[in-house]
Design a protein around this ligand. Structure first.
Ligand SMILES: Nc1ncnc2c1ncn2[C@@H]1O[C@H](COP(=O)(O)OP(=O)(O)OP(=O)(O)O)[C@@H](O)[C@H]1O
Length: 253
């Protein structure tokens, strides 16, 4: 069963089209990475799935509902880790408050044991009373992941989960996502560097305004597709386990 569906979807901010004719279906339990250059439309694609934007053409469906028109029917079943949330850095909120906020806003209570469980999943036991703004970037990212996980969502959407995150924290995040995926949750992660996730994902979607290619990393990362997406070639390395890694930046080793 497809839990996220794009049918001929285009989207424009004002008059400039940033996504054109997307057709894509993501199945229950799939772990998908969305990759592409700056400005490719990756965050916009996540916002369309969340029903925060209305397609200028076509339809996005989530769990069988029209994402924009029926957002309230599925939003509680979707966890979201946004790319930036400056507002949280300005307000003197504790980690517990940051995690509880979206559920409280929907009129749901959050028990202390649920909160402790979510913090423990991301390796932040005992962090509940600390001020969010005083945590490191990587710790903040893990708090936002705990927040996305606390409602036990069926679909998890992540926008740049590794932003400002060191390698051990990156590994912790990958471990949590892989565990979610093994439990049958659908995970869609927008990333610039796919290498930390490459061994765990089922499919990669290479995006630059259009879907350039979607499939297994070894099929998608051809010289031709990479040039179409990035406008330049990127070295490719095949690791000992046979995975094709684009070498932009780092490599898992
Ligand atoms: N609110 C907005 N109003 C107008 N244009 C926008 C808005 N948000 C994004 N854009 C434009 O839409 C295009 C796609 O942006 P988007 O943030 O979806 O790309 P992205 O692939 O996530 O980029 P990045 O990798 O840099 O985060 C960009 O050209 C951006 O300038």
């Amino acid at each position: 069963m497809k839990v996220i569906e794009f049918y001929d979807v285009s989207f424009s901010y004002n008059s400039s089209e940033v996504l054109s004719d997307l057709n894509l279906g993501i199945g229950r339990g799939e772990f998908v990475a969305v990759l592409g250059p700056n400005g490719a439309g990756k965050s916009t694609m996540l916002r369309l799935i969340l029903g925060l934007l209305k397609p200028t053409k076509g339809t996005v469906k989530v769990l069988g509902y029209n994402a924009f028109d029926e957002r309230d029917k599925f939003v509680g079943r979707v966890g979201y880790l946004p790319q930036r949330e400056e507002i949280l850095l300005e307000a003197p909120l504790t980690v517990s408050q940051v995690i509880k906020l979206p559920l409280l806003a929907r009129g749901k209570k959050v028990g202390d044991s649920k909160l402790r469980e979510a913090l423990s999943m991301v390796g932040l036991d005992g962090f509940g009373d600390k001020l969010f703004s005083e945590l490191s970037g990587g710790q903040q990212q893990k708090v936002l992941l705990a927040r996305a996980l606390i409602s036990d969502p069926e679909i998890l959407l992540l926008d740049e989960p590794f932003n400002g995150v060191d390698v051990p924290s990156q590994e912790k995040i990958v471990e949590v996502l892989a565990e979610m995926s093994s439990k049958g949750k659908t995970v869609v992660a927008v990333v610039h560097n796919i290498n930390p996730l490459l061994h765990n994902i089922d499919r990669v979607v290479l995006l630059n305004r259009r879907i350039i290619a979607a499939g297994k990393p070894n099929e998608v990362f051809s010289e031709e597709n990479i040039i179409k997406a990035y406008g330049t070639s990127i070295p490719i390395v095949i690791c000992e386990e046979g995975f094709t890694h684009p070498l932009y930046g780092d490599y898992h080793g």
